[in-house]
Design a binder for this molecule. Structure first.
Ligand code: PRP
Length: 185
């Protein structure tokens, strides 16, 4: 859905990125990744559910073959915060030993989920593990995470759209916007 379909929605505050801006940035990242992984196989690992849109558009931006696999993890957090204790709900189908893995995420907030995930995947003997995230909140980071590709750094606000949800809503919004503070405060 487009913004016009939720225009009267008082829960949405302002648009941060339009669909064109997002796709344009993902295409730039795809060019960087292609250069960095030239001559090497690449496995993209998407983290469900938020990364579905990023994965779809990033993967289609490549002018080369890439493979895709998925993980679903759940943080034992309370509501809107993560705890860093992560449970695997769906593991990879692929054996990643000896492979170059690029984790594809929609957002790094506290960094706790990704920090755990990188450690988990590195323990499986891959050739490399790197991270690509569309969004990162530098002011919310609690754990230093080495992120190779970042779409946009954003303020510490609650963002929705393009895969990101609030109570499972807004994931199918084409753009990314901020949620009005009255919704979650
Ligand atoms: C989001 C996002 C990351 C995680 C980042 O997922 O996709 O996986 O939170 O947060 P952190 O940096 O504070 O750990 P979420 O748990 O909301 O699940 P979802 O992708 O299914 O929406």
């Amino acid at each position: 859905m487009d913004l016009q379909h939720v225009e009267s929605d008082l829960d949405l505050d302002q648009t941060l990125f339009t669909e064109d801006q997002i796709i344009g940035r993902l295409q730039e990242i795809a060019r960087e990744v292609e250069a960095d992984y030239e001559g090497r196989d690449l496995l993209l690992v998407g983290v469900l559910k938020g990364a579905v849109m990023v994965m779809a558009d990033l993967a289609r931006s490549f002018d080369r073959h890439v493979e895709m696999d998925w993980m679903a993890v759940s943080s034992y957090g309370s509501g809107t915060t993560s705890s860093g204790v992560v449970r695997i709900l769906k593991d990879l189908d692929a054996d990643i030993s000896g492979r170059h893995v690029l984790i594809v995420e929609d957002i790094i907030d506290t960094g706790l989920t990704l920090s755990w995930l990188v450690t988990n995947l590195r323990s499986r003997g891959p050739a490399s593990v790197e991270i690509a995230t569309l969004l990162r909140k530098p002011d919310a980071l609690q754990m230093e995470v080495d992120v190779k590709y970042v779409g946009f750094d954003i303020p510490n606000a609650f963002v929705v759209g393009y895969g990101l949800d609030y109570a499972e809503r807004y994931r199918n919004l084409r753009s990314i916007g901020t949620l009005a503070p009255h919704v979650y405060s």
